[in-house]
Design a protein around this ligand. Sequence first.
Ligand code: ZN
Length: 184
Amino acid sequence: MSAPEHRSDLNARIDARRWADRGSILKTSVHFDRMQRLATVVDASSQPCQVEIQFSLDPHQQIRARLHVQGILRLSCQRCLELMDWAVDETIDFRVMQDEAQVRDDEDYLLMDEEGCLMLADVVEDELLLSVPMIPRHEHCTLAGLVAKPDDPGQFRDHASERVRPFAGLGALLSENLSEKKDT
Ligand SMILES: [Zn+2]
């Protein structure tokens, strides 16, 4: 028998114990304009991400939640300022608990409220924010050749001085003056 799947809003309160008892899977898609923190990083033209959260009980009757987020985020390349696609495909296993005191250092966890419910919108937004690079850049940015490498500043200066030729227009200026004198 396959696990029951449900389409649900991430802003709904999820009764974790009930979902885990049934081995239910929550499937939804996330629109970035509804996630305030993410909307400042991700371009509005991005397609929604697919989110799947599978609830289960482990052999110790502890609630587990496996989150899978998948999608393409559109970010601004910080070098050329054009848009770039950033693929996200993350799976995170959470232990779901009611008491923070039981948390071990080495595990991701979700805390239920007093009624045993979870709010998942912030959790998904956190994971998406973590998957975005601090400084998004095209892997092979077309502007890369124009930027001086910090480890090679001399080369950049040489190219710059080649381009600046302060006397380049002097010859033309002189001949103009000469022809004016001839006319008078
Ligand atoms: Zn770029």
